[in-house]
Structures are given as structure tokens and as C-alpha cells.
Design a protein around this ligand. Structure first.
Ligand SMILES: Nc1ncnc2c1ncn2[C@@H]1O[C@H](COP(=O)(O)OP(=O)(O)OP(=O)(O)O)[C@@H](O)[C@H]1O
Length: 925
């Protein structure tokens, strides 16, 4: 938290660098107050210790989403954090309740799709990544829950992304508070579609932004009791009138001129238009087209948006007719007339454009020429017509063009407001302010003066909210708190707007004096403010003046807070750089005069076109007669006062848009440029205050109402509210809070902690309730279902029993039938079988008997045969035996004989053997 830290040899530090603003390095040597630092780019530098800042080596690589979480809260830490996040396309970062939005200069559709909107809807602030939707959601919830109007103030320099951010805010609010479409278009649709219409007529390409809003805008969205959008009002501030007639290269005039020149052919023919290059109001710059945008398509889109916001076709036709007339008006050149110091349209071309302008404005061309080239002077004696020289005629022509355009723009705003409609019953509003940031160019005129005045006002509002209100509140509540010194810009505001004696007042006085010139006005300023610390007369100029705007002086006091946070003098010094703007006063008087030349008023008031005549309504008698001088400056001052009153009655939320580079390119992070924007936007100071103070406070009653449920027993006793609050906080173990006279003051994060616990208790209670109710309902349902089930079951069972009985009865009957049938069948079969068996038996027995009979006969025959055979065999055997015996006897006798014979030689023996053989053969036979 920016506490003075001992830097020793080896410490990692941030050192100043002219190009990079800050560069990291390591201390290598310390000699008294001088430290030698080895920078990360390889260079070695010697610097004063007081110019070094400690580097948090443990900081997350991707940065932290809330700067108040940084361990070391100082410029380089903040810058590094933003840079690390930007490199990861994390363009949003919180600093307490303030949202810093760095322009990505590239489309990041994933950040804004409907899914994202759904995620942020109702999500507690800080739970999700920082986002513009989160801020809108907080504002919306606060409005719905507390019935208090809220405002979202979007600021930043030109091109920082204010308008885009505002559009996202409006889209998200339309998402939250949208209603079903009736009659074709809804209020939120009309609110959203008012943007392209206003952008076409109020935006232009400048060197700093291709789509720069040249007016301030405060959109007040009204909600009904249900939180639905019920109406809206758009207030615009200070349209840059001079752009209509004067542009510098490479800027463009208002988009609508180029859109009309790219319209379909029939319209171009109708309005006798040509290429933008042929119109004086457009060709002062060589830039006619916007890269990546088609004017023809934009023209059609604008016409569509006009339809949606409720501008009729006839009105649209009249609007573009007037735009075309302005272009023709710009081409009327003047030459010298016949009389001295008189002027006439220079040539045929000029006459053609004069005729066209008159035709389109539906007025008399001669009257138009007169209104441009002559002035009527009313003297007590007579009415004199004075001619204007060519130069004055050109000024008159440009004056007319500017007046017509600014009236047209005011008409559009009014029309949109009327068409969207106002909800007079609505007490809940969300205001979104998109207004130009501080401007400082090479040449700064009345417009820059007014713009910077607005920013001073807004800065004061911011200061009041963040600083003054803190202190006042702490004092009022007798909180133990040391005073913070902060840069109050009341002195700059006094210099500009104080009455009498402020610059605006002196300018009005100068405008009222016919003989005043910018020199006399400047001299008056020098005299009046010679001792003013905020006013400087530049040495080399006799008419310029310089104002030291907010952040022009450093806060030189040691700042310390009892809440445990202290800032060193060096830190606070660094927070405020000089922001001085040198103004050229030469056109201040002309630009401040809020008056329409009567000739112009009469001419266009008498137009045959009701639309044009409506832009120039007759001036009420009293006003024209009254000598009360009206100036742009005072009117703007009044408008700002009203805006501040509105804002003061609302709960503010801040979005600081930052432009990362002047090249309008993605991924380029210019350190010095960004640091300057953070300083001027008071972001660093707000971080300091937010961390040090008590960002959350609640009246006792409200606190008890909200958190009483965290300690219900505390409320049972007879404590007064203050004691009850203390007891609740002590019971929850919170430290560092303070109890004021009527309010509880909580440190950053404590409210979230209490809310988390409250949510816990409520969730538990809700769960118990839900459980009980669910049990009761479920039981009731169960009983009913059970009874019904029993009834159904008994019915079913009786039906089943009946059916079963029926079946059983049928089965029994079937069985009986089957039995009888089977018996019958069996009986019949048995009888048949028995009969058959008897037959078969009889047959068989018969057969057997027959067989037996036959067998006996066969046996007898066989016996006879056998007997005969055996007789035969025995007789054969007997015969054989008898013969064998005879043979054996013969053989024996032969052998004997043989032996006898052998002795008688061999012949008789062989005869004997042969005889034996013959016997054997015979025997075998
Ligand atoms: N969130 C974003 N996402 C993508 N592009 C963006 C975003 N914000 C801004 N831009 C780009 O930056 C350009 C300038 O933004 P924008 O017109 O909102 O700036 P501004 O602060 O309103 O400027 P001025 O004060 O001049 O009107 C836009 O045209 C768009 O291209």
C-alpha cells in the first residue's frame, strides 16, 4: 500500500525512464541517497533512492483484477498490472468500485455476447471478472432493491471507448429491464436504436477517433416498479457547431453528410447532390471515406434506426433535405456587388447552389440571398437595409448553416425523447453519462474551454463523492479518522464560473458590449486574474490565456490514515502532473453568442416546409423584447448545473476509459500516455482513498435489518441499535470497523463477508423451510397415492379373483368332461381290444393246436424216418464191419501168407497188397 519500504542492495525496483515511464531493475549498490540500478534492459543507472519503487516479485503474472489487491500500490505497480492484463486481452480492471476500461481497438465479441450477459445477471459484484456489465448490474440491483436512482459516469479522453462502453451499458440494461415487444418496437429497442441516429448526426472522424462523438450525452433510463424499462430521456450537451463549416485535414464533417452523398441514386438526384469532393463544407479535408465502413450501408442502417425510434418517412425526408440544403448552402460563394461593401453570389455555380438551398429549405431564393448578404438596421427614424461585404456574407452563410444544423440535431434529440416517451411515475432511474474528457490541442478554442469546464465539474463530482463525502461523513459520524488532503478543484471552477467575476461572466459582459474585441476581453482576463494561481498569461501571446486545470498542483502533504494505510509524499507528488491548457481567445466572443440573426429567423420561420419552419419557431414577444442576454457559455453552465443536481441525487458508479495508444491500434500499450490518463482521471487517488477508508457504511437500522439474523439472540435483549450493531459485528469476529453516530462503517471487503454469512443463514433457513414444506406436500401426496393404490389394488385383486374362480370352474368342468371322455374312449378301446385279443387268442390257440397236431404227425414220421435211417445206418455199419472184419481177417491172413510168401519172393506180396487196396476202396464206397 505505498508504504515507505527499505530498499537495500539486491532489491527489485522500478526506476523512472523517460521513454517507458517505468522500467524494472535490481539495486546493485547504495551510496547514501544514491542507488545504482541494473535495469532489465541491460543499462546501469544511478538514481535517487526516493525515485525508486519496490517491485512485487510475487505479483501474479496475469495481474490482479482489483488494483486495491496489489501488494505495492504505486504508479509502476498499477501500470504493470494494467499492462499484464491488457496483454491477455483483459481490458477491464477494478480499482475499488471504479472500473478501468482500456480500449482494445479490436472486436472482442466473446466479452459481450448474450451468454456473458446471462452470467453477470445478479452475480455479486467482484465475483466474476471485472466487466462493464458488472457495473451496470450493481447499478440496476441497487436501483431495484433500494429504490434509489443510480448513475454511471463514463469518462476518458477522445477515443478511449466511452461511447462503446455506454452502448454496452445500455444493451445490458435493456437485457435486464427489457419487456415483451408490443406494437412492433419496445422502449429499450428505441433507446438502443437512438445511438446510431445520434451518431450519424453528432459523430465525426477526428484525428483522435474515427467515430468521435462531438456532443456530450446523458441518457436517463426510467424503470417501473418491476424493474422494467418504462421510458427514457436523452440530454445532449454542446454539439460542436463549428465542424459544420470548418474541418481540418484529415478529419471529416459529421457522418450524415457523407451518408447522404452515398444514398441511393434517386435520392442523390432528388437533392442534386454529387461527390462529397464537390462540397466546400466537406472538401476542406482530403478525407472523405472511413476505412472499414461503407457510407451507403450506414445510410440505410440510419434510415432503419430512424424508423425504429419513431421518425416518420416524411420527417426523414425533411431531415435529409435539410442536410442537403446545408451542403448547397456551403457552396454559395460571394463576390463583390455593384455597391461598395456589398456582395452577390459569385457566379452561376453559386447561383445554382443558392437556388437549390432555397428549394430544399422551401423558401424564396431572393429572400435567402438577402438574408445572407444584407442586414436590416432599425433606427428610431427608419428601417435601413445594409449590405454585407463578401467576407461578412460568408460568415453569415456559415452562421446560418451552423444554426440550421444545431437546430436539426436538437430536433432529433427531442423527437427521440418524445417518441420513446417519458414515464413520469418512475422514481427509479439509471443515468448513463458519456461526455468528452479533458482536451488539450495545439489550438484550443471556446469548445475546448467548455469541454474542460465540464470535466472540472465532473471531477469535482468525483472528488466530492470519493473524497469530500468520505471526510464529511466521517466527521459527521465522529469516526476516528485523520483528514486526507486532496486536490480540490473548486478554485478552477471559481475561476471559470463564479458569478460575478468568472471567465464565463466576463465573456458574457464582453459579448454584450458592441465594441468588445477578443483583445479587450483578454486584457480584462489578465487584469482580473493576475493573482489567480490557476490563471497564467502566456509570455509570447497578447490574447491567449492558460488555465491550470485539475491535477495542476501536487498534494504535498504526508498522508496518513488511522486505518493502517499511509502514503509517502513522493507517491502523492507523482499522482498529479501539470495539466495546463492554453486557450486562443480570438473566437470566444463569436462562439459564445447564442443568437440567431433575425433575418435568418424570419426567412426560415416563413419556410413553406413545416419541418423547416418548426426548427425556427417564432420567438416569444417577451423574450425578444427583454434585454436579457443569452450566451452559449451561460446556457451551458446552467445545463451543467442541472446535470450536477441530477447526478448528486443519484448513487454514482464510475467507469474510466483509457486509450492505450494514439495509433488507434490493438496491443499497443503506451506507458506514459496511460499514466497521464490515470492521473487526470483521479484513478490513483481513488485507489488510495478506497483502500484506506471505509467504503461501506450502513445506518444502524438498515444494518440490523439486514444482518440482525446473523445474531438473533442479540436482538432479544434490550440493547439500543448501536450496541446491537457492535455485538453483531463482534460476534462475527470482524475487526477494523467503526461505529459512528448513526451508521456502521465497514472496511473494504467486510460487507461482502457479512453478506456471504447472511446468505449462508438465509440459505440454511430457506432449505429448512423448503424441506419441511416438501415433506408435508410429499406426505400428503403419498397418503393420497397410497389410499388410491390400495383401492386400485383391492379392485384389481377382486377382479383377478373372479377371473381366477371362473378359470378354475372352467378347468374343473373341462377335467370332468375330459375324464368322462377319456373313460368312454378307454372303455371303447378296452372292449375292442378285449374282443380283438379274444379273437387273436382263439386264433392263436387254434393255430397252436393245429401246430401241435401237425408236429405230432411230423414227429411220428421223423421217428419212423430216424428209425429207418438208424436201421439203415446200423445195417450199413454192420455190413461195413463185417466186411472190414473180413478184410482185416483177409489182411491178417494175407500178412501171414505174406510172411510165407515173402519168403517166397516179392511177387506174391504185391498181389496181396493190391488185393488189400481193393478192399479199402470198396470199404470207402
Ligand atoms: N470495448 C471495445 N471493444 C472493441 N472496440 C472498442 C471498444 N471500445 C472502443 N473501441 C474502439 O475504439 C473506438 C473509439 O471508441 P469510442 O468512440 O467509444 O471513443 P470515445 O471515448 O467515445 O471517443 P469520443 O470522446 O471521441 O467520442 C471505437 O470506434 C471502437 O473501434
Amino acid at each position: 500500500m505505498g508504504t515507505p519500504v527499505n530498499i537495500i542492495v539486491g532489491s527489485h525496483v522500478w526506476a523512472e525512464d523517460p521513454a517507458l515511464t517505468w522500467i524494472d531493475g535490481q539495486v546493485t549498490k547504495i551510496n547514501g541517497q544514491q542507488a545504482e540500478v541494473q535495469r532489465s534492459d541491460g543499462k546501469k543507472v544511478v538514481t535517487n533512492l526516493s525515485k525508486l519503487y519496490p517491485k512485487d516479485m510475487e505479483a501474479p503474472a496475469g495481474g490482479v483484477d482489483d488494483m486495491t489487491k496489489l501488494s505495492y500500490l504505486h504508479e509502476p505497480g498499477v501500470l504493470q498490472n494494467l499492462k499484464s492484463r491488457y496483454e491477455l486481452n483483459e481490458i477491464y480492471t477494478y480499482t475499488g468500485n471504479i472500473l478501468i476500461a482500456i480500449n482494445p481497438f479490436q472486436k472482442l465479441p466473446h466479452l459481450y455476447n448474450p451468454h456473458m450477459m446471462q452470467q453477470y445477471k445478479g452475480a455479486p459484484f467482484g465475483e466474476l471478472s471485472p466487466h462493464v456489465f458488472a457495473v451496470a448490474d450493481v447499478a440496476y440491483r441497487a436501483m431495484v432493491n433500494e429504490r434509489k436512482s443510480n448513475s454511471i459516469l463514463v469518462s476518458g479522453e477522445s477515443g478511449a471507448g466511452k461511447t462503446e462502453t455506454t452502448k454496452m451499458l445500455m444493451q445490458y440494461l435493456a437485457f435486464l429491464g427489457g419487456r415483451a415487444a408490443t406494437e412492433g418496437r419496445t422502449v429499450e429497442q428505441q433507446v438502443l436504436e437512438s445511438n446510431p441516429v445520434l451518431e450519424a448526426f453528432g459523430n465525426a472522424k477526428t484525428v483522435r477517433n474515427n467515430n468521435s462523438s462531438r456532443f456530450g450525452k446523458f441518457v436517463e433510463i426510467q424503470f417501473d416498479k418491476q424493474g422494467r424499462i418504462s421510458g427514457a430521456a436523452i440530454r445532449t450537451y454542446l454539439l460542436e457547431r463549428s465542424r459544420v463549416c470548418q474541418i481540418s485535414d484529415p478529419e471529416r464533417n459529421y457522418h450524415c453528410f457523407y451518408l447522404l452523398c452515398a444514398a441511393p441514386k434517386e435520392e442523390i438526384d432528388k437533392y442534386k447532390l454529387e461527390n462529397p469532393k464537390s462540397f466546400h463544407y466537406l472538401n476542406q479535408s482530403k478525407c472523405f471515406e472511413l476505412v472499414g465502413t461503407s457510407d451507403a450501408q450506414e445510410y440505410l442502417a440510419t434510415r432503419r434506426a430512424m424508423d425504429i425510434v419513431g421518425i416518420s418517412k416524411t420527417e426523414q425526408e425533411a431531415i435529409f433535405r435539410v442536410v442537403a440544403a446545408i451542403l448547397h448552402l456551403g457552396n454559395i460563394d460571394f463576390g463583390k456587388g455593384k455597391e461598395i461593401d456589398s456582395s452577390v453570389p459569385k457566379d452561376e455555380k453559386a447561383k445554382f447552389h443558392l437556388k437549390m438551398a432555397a428549394e430544399l429549405l422551401m423558401c424564396d431564393p431572393v429572400a435567402l440571398e438577402d438574408a445572407l448578404c444584407k442586414r436590416v438596421m432599425i433606427t428610431p427614424e427608419e428601417v435601413i437595409k445594409r449590405s454585407l461585404d463578401p467576407l461578412s456574407a460568408v460568415i453569415s452563410r456559415d452562421g446560418l448553416a451552423k444554426t440550421i444544423y444545431s437546430r436539426l440535431f436538437d430536433w432529433l434529440v427531442n423527437k427521440i425523447n418524445n417518441s420513446i416517451g417519458q414515464d413520469s411515475n418512475s422514481n427509479s432511474l439509471i443515468g448513463v453519462l458519456d461526455i468528452y474528457g479533458f482536451e488539450c490541442f495545439k489550438n484550443n478554442s471556446f469548445e475546448q474551454f467548455c469541454i474542460n469546464f465540464t470535466n472540472e465539474k465532473l471531477q469535482q463530482h468525483f472528488n466530492q463523492h470519493v473524497f469530500k463525502m468520505e471526510q464529511e461523513e466521517y466527521t459527521k459520524e465522529a469516526i476516528d479518522w485523520s483528514y486526507i488532503e486532496f486536490v480540490d478543484n473548486q478554485d478552477v471552477l471559481d475561476l471559470i464560473e463564479k458569478k460575478p467575476g468568472g471567465i464565463i461572466n466576463l465573456l458574457d459582459e464582453a459579448c454584450m458590449f458592441p465594441k468588445s474585441t477578443h483583445e479587450t476581453f483578454s486584457n480584462k482576463l489578465y487584469q482580473t486574474f493576475k493573482n489567480n494561481k490557476r490563471f497564467v498569461k502566456p509570455k509570447l501571446s497578447r490574447t491567449d490565456f492558460t488555465i491550470l486545470h485539475y491535477a495542476g498542483e501536487a498534494c504535498n502533504t504526508e498522508l496518513s490514515f488511522n486505518a493502517g494505510c499511509s502514503l509517502s509524499k513522493q507517491t502523492s507528488n507523482l499522482m498529479f502532473n501539470k495539466f495546463q491548457v492554453q486557450y486562443q481567445s480570438d473566437q470566444f466572443l463569436d462562439k459564445n453568442k447564442d443568437y440567431v440573426v433575425p433575418e435568418h429567423q424570419d426567412l426560415l420561420g416563413a419556410s413553406k416546409c413545416s419541418f423547416v419552419a418548426g426548427l425556427f419557431p417564432p420567438i416569444p414577444e417577451e423574450t425578444s423584447k427583454s434585454s436579457k442576454f443569452s450566451s452559449i457559455g451561460s446556457r451551458f453552465k446552467l445545463q451543467l448545473q442541472q446535470l450536477m443536481e441530477t447526478l448528486n441525487a443519484m448513487e454514482p458508479h464510475y467507469i474510466r476509459c483509457v486509450k492505450p495508444n494514439n495509433l488507434l491500434k490493438p496491443s499497443v500499450f503506451e506507458n506514459a500516455n496511460i499514466m497521464q490518463q490515470l492521473r487526470c482521471g483521479g484513478v490513483l487517488e481513488a485507489i488510495r482513498i478506497s483502500c484506506a477508508g471505509y467504503p461501506t457504511r450502513r445506518p444502524f437500522f438498515e444494518f440490523i435489518n439486514r444482518f440482525g439474523l446473523l445474531a438473533p439472540n442479540v436482538l432479544d435483549g434490550n440493547y439500543d441499535e448501536k450496541v446491537a450493531c457492535t455485538k453483531i459485528l463482534e460476534k462475527k469476529g470482524l475487526k477494523g470497523f467503526q461505529i459512528g453516530k448513526t451508521k456502521v462503517f465497514l472496511r473494504a471487503g467486510q460487507m461482502a463477508e457479512l453478506d456471504a454469512r447472511r446468505t449462508e443463514v438465509l440459505t440454511t433457513a430457506a432449505k429448512t423451510l423448503q424441506r419441511r414444506i416438501r415433506t408435508h406436500t410429499a406426505r400428503k401426496l403419498f397418503m393420497a397415492v397410497r389410499e388410491a393404490a390400495i383401492n386400485v389394488q383391492s379392485f384389481c385383486r377382486s377382479r383377478l379373483a373372479c377371473k381366477f374362480y371362473e378359470t378354475v370352474k372352467r378347468q374343473a368342468a373341462a377335467l370332468k368332461i375330459q375324464r368322462n371322455a377319456r373313460r368312454h374312449h378307454a372303455r371303447t378301446a378296452y372292449s375292442t381290444l378285449r374282443l380283438s385279443i379274444l379273437v387273436i387268442q382263439t386264433g392263436l390257440r387254434n393255430m397252436e393246436a393245429c401246430n401241435k397236431f401237425r408236429f405230432r404227425r411230423q414227429t411220428k414220421a421223423a421217428t419212423i424216418i430216424q428209425a429207418r435211417w438208424r436201421c439203415h445206418k446200423a445195417s450199413a455199419f454192420y455190413r461195413k464191419l463185417k466186411r472190414g472184419t473180413l478184410i482185416a481177417q483177409c489182411k491178417w491172413r494175407g500178412r501171414l501168407a505174406k510172411r510165407e510168401l515173402r519168403k517166397l519172393k516179392m511177387v506174391s506180396f504185391s498181389i496181396f497188397i493190391d488185393i488189400g487196396h481193393v478192399f479199402i476202396v470198396i470199404e470207402n464206397l
